[in-house]
Design a protein around this ligand. Structure first.
Ligand SMILES: Cc1cc2nc3c(=O)[nH]c(=O)nc-3n(C[C@H](O)[C@H](O)[C@H](O)COP(=O)(O)OP(=O)(O)OC[C@H]3O[C@@H](n4cnc5c(N)ncnc54)[C@H](O)[C@@H]3O)c2cc1C
Ligand code: FES
Ligand code: FES
Length: 465
């Protein structure tokens, strides 16, 4: 297969589960570091350029959990490839000027993340810098000089040479498809691939799946990559619903929901890091089956349905409420995939609130995720959805509480009553993220806050989520 690396086209043949990081380092590009091998520290950040429908864009991603094969026909830029004949990249200059590096282990990752902001033409704003480096950890310099370097880099004049390199035209004549790493472009090709390779693992962004390789030390001999399947990458709106293709990434959802749901946007901005959001998909979040995934409680509150499709093209619709069967167990049959997620527009127009509590603000999995939707007729609640992640073996709706809210006016007595019902209806476990007791108290506080916000009472101040 062909891909571009720092301005040159390379022909490579690697095992399907070989990571981009191990390949780059083996090839001498050792500026890209391995810190955690799990997408958490950002030391391995690379810039990946792609041409999609004639548009070229560069995004950061974690090389440690990226299968090299997923980068076919992409242009990979490592820290070694940023400087050009005009001198250092503004991100590199600014890191020097602001003394933003001590031991230097994290520095290439920060440089690449800041370079991505510069290449995207971001304004020199603190929020943009903080968001851009949310997936990079530094353990000795401290973040103040690094943020200052980010702001400084964004103030510098820069004429990007990346897009001028336009390698993409040179990929056109290529490449015999590889059976161990198939990259279908349509659902028809995907279904044929699934029939032909029944044991292949489906991969979208790989941000969950690749941890089996890098943390579980298991080998995955055969993949079918969903990330380029046209129909799975689309978002369509009809009069009464939004249909989101399962391979739509979080970065794309952020863009789409910016004007449609501030509560959802606020969760998307806290989901993983910029590197993770550039690759992680809504379908992967569901397909992984995790009880602490962020999106399922939201889809439960919105009454979403999932379109599941088998290798012969047979389609069925499953309410998200029925999708989870047990811990990491879903309705997905062998050789079946999630094609679309359908959200009723009415649900999005109702009052809704989503809250996430995690140990760190950025790039951290939820201890508890709460999703709430209410409607009223007069001052009585006519519809209630109360959903949680991290409170059971699957994402769940607290249906008894929902029933007890219907027909009621919101009073302090009602809030106290349903809060105490959390203790009866939910039995979360204690684990490294939180104790069972802490989870119950947080869930109570979330329910209280959502009802108070719905009734227009002053927002209860709990530790900022
Ligand atoms: C550093 C880090 C931070 C993270 N932070 C968060 C967070 O804050 N919140 C959160 O919820 N998650 C988080 N995650 C988990 C992960 O990023 C998300 O679950 C993401 O949505 C997974 O999507 P993906 O496309 O990368 O899935 P992949 O890893 O490609 O796939 C995951 C699983 O789903 C299956 N699958 C993928 N697509 C489909 C489909 N269309 N149909 C059927 N099966 C499918 C795959 O076969 C695989 O079993 C984090 C992960 C990392 C590494
Ligand atoms: S090595 Fe830590 S994110 Fe890749
Ligand atoms: S400079 Fe040492 S970890 Fe950041």
């Amino acid at each position: 297969m062909k891909l571009g690396i720092n301005g040159s086209v390379r022909e490579v043949t690697e095992d399907p589960d070989q990571t981009a990081l191990s390949f780059l380092r083996r090839e001498g590009m050792v500026g890209t570091k391995e810190g955690c091998a799990s997408g958490d520290c950002g030391a391995c950040t690379i810039l990946v350029g792609r041409e999609i429908s004639g548009n070229i864009s560069y995004q950061t991603r974690n090389a440690c959990i990226t299968p090299l094969n997923q980068l076919v026909h992409s242009h990979v830029v490592t820290v070694e490839g940023l400087a050009d004949s005009g001198g250092l990249h503004p991100a590199q200059e600014a890191m020097l000027e602001k003394h933003a590096s001590q031991c230097g282990f994290c520095t290439p990752g920060f440089v690449v993340s800041i370079a991505a902001l510069v290449e995207a033409g971001e304004d020199s704003k603190r929020e943009a810098v903080i968001e851009g480096i949310s997936g990079n950890l530094c353990r000795c310099t401290g973040y103040a000089p690094i943020v200052s370097a980010g702001l400084c880099a964004l103030r510098k004049k820069h004429r990007s040479s990346l897009k001028e390199k336009n390698l993409f035209a040179r990929f056109k004549s290529d490449d015999a498809p590889r059976s161990e790493y198939a990259r279908p472009l349509s659902e028809t090709e995907l279904q044929a691939g699934m029939r032909g390779s029944p044991d292949a693992r489906l991969i979208a962004g790989g941000s969950d799946l690749m941890l089996e390789v890098t943390q579980g030390f298991r080998s995955i001999p055969c993949f079918i990559d969903l990330s380029m399947v046209r129909e799975l990458r689309a978002i369509n709106e009809t009069d009464n619903q939004i249909q989101i293709g399962s391979s739509v990434t979080y970065s794309e959802l952020e863009h789409y929901f910016e004007a449609r749901s501030k509560p959802f946007l606020s969760i998307l901005k806290r989901l993983g890091s910029r590197q993770i959001r550039n690759v992680g998909t809504i379908g992967g979040n569901l397909g992984n089956g995790s009880p602490i995934a962020d999106v399922p409680p939201i889809l439960l509150a919105w009454d979403a349905t999932l379109e599941l499709v088998d290798a012969h093209g047979n389609r069925r619709s499953v309410h998200v409420c029925e999708f989870y069967k047990g811990y990491k167990e879903t309705q997905l049959q062998d050789r079946e995939y999630i094609a679309k997620i359908r959200i009723p527009i009415k649900s999005m127009n109702d009052f809704h609130r989503f809250y996430k509590v995690s140990k760190r603000l950025e790039d951290d999995i939820s201890s508890v995720m709460g999703a709430f939707r209410f409607e009223s007729v007069g001052d009585e609640i006519s519809l209630a959805r109360v959903a949680f992640g991290g409170m059971a073996a699957t994402p769940v709706r607290a249906m008894e509480i929902e029933k007890n809210l219907i027909g009621q006016r919101i009073t302090n007595d009602l809030i106290r009553k349903v809060e105490s019902q959390i203790l009866e209806e939910l039995e979360p476990i204690s684990d490294v993220r939180a104790s069972s007791r802490y989870r119950l108290e947080i869930a109570q506080a979330m329910l209280r806050r959502s009802l108070q916000e719905f009734s227009g009472q002053e927002r209860l101040v709990i530790t900022e989520l």
